[in-house]
Design a protein around this ligand. Sequence first.
Ligand code: PLP
Length: 387
Amino acid sequence: MPKVNSNLLKLKKEYFFNEIEKKVLLKKQKTRNILNLGIGDITEPLAPIIIEKMKMAADEMKEKKTLKGYGPSSGYSFLKQKILDNDYKNLDIEIDEIFISSGMKYSLANICDLFSKKSKVGIMDPTYPLYADANIINGRKKNIFYLPLLEENNFEPLLFNKKLDLIYLCSPNNPTGISFSKQALKNWIDYAKKYRALIIFDGAYEAFITSKNTVKSIYEINGAKDVAIEMRSFSKKAGFTSLRCSYVIIPKNIKTLDNVSINKLWNRYIDTKFGGISYPIQKAAEAIYSDKGKSQINEIISTYMKNTKTLLLGLKNLGYTVYGGIDSPYVWCKCPKNLSSMEFFDQLLEKNIVAIPGIGFGKLGEGFIRFSGFANLETINQALANL
Ligand code: PLP
């Protein structure tokens, strides 16, 4: 038998969300009336055009003439071209700077394989737990430095005062639901230039942005193409959480400190470790860029954002201190009466409401809880009534 990869033992014993799930399951044995406002997953059916195009693509597999075997590891150009023409119009991105992948989880977790184990990594606190876990598995537990997101700083990451090599920024951030100002992002780009650091920009919630003082793509900010990789997902934007499709942008000019092209490295990496995603899924993703697709997914996004608005205003009216909910479907709520996030979670569960304790997203998530607008309006209204 081989020995275990000891880095895996450095992860928290049980994945946090499993712990929450267990408590919810226990509650479900007592009541059928659980009001789930904790979900980070879609609740609305997919846009009809996605299903239609996926079926059509599956039908192509019936004929020798249209059959598809292995596809390109980095994705089909029909999808890349649509991404370029729609998401990166006028942003000077080239087609071979786009890599289609399964969910963003895959790319976020694996991209750190490209870099030296000694790289110093900056990760916001609180944020999506995957960035830290992936780097711990990669042997960088001691090289992780947390960038505090504080209430008094509108939950924007303050600049670090020493050199980092790799920085994960997520805007709009999960769980705070807040997107960073153009100035805050510009400061980080300047920092990355000064210290020759690489930014990995997670734009999973880009489709929900409505504020004017922010950007959807980091490449809208001057200088980003020299220092930033951007990742986006079709999961929340178009309901692909089960279908799995996302993409990574890696500008060709970005090199590691020892002068290796990151674009070429990633190409080599996915050729070995990843065989691309299925043709029907890529056809389904392409469909969201048609006029019909755009209008259908916009309608679904509006539904989530209307729900989120009801949640945000409802909580505010009940006297809670709340943040986010404008550029993402998440509302970041301060726990009342100095309760810990787990204590507040338990109190809510007594009222049949599920939300996610902030501590699950980092130490500085303590004292907050995340409510999600990925829910039905009736569920939200009932939860507000119970509160
Ligand atoms: N990034 C953030 C910030 C997320 O919240 C999530 C999922 O919740 C992901 C990435 C993962 O996205 P995907 O479904 O594409 O793996």
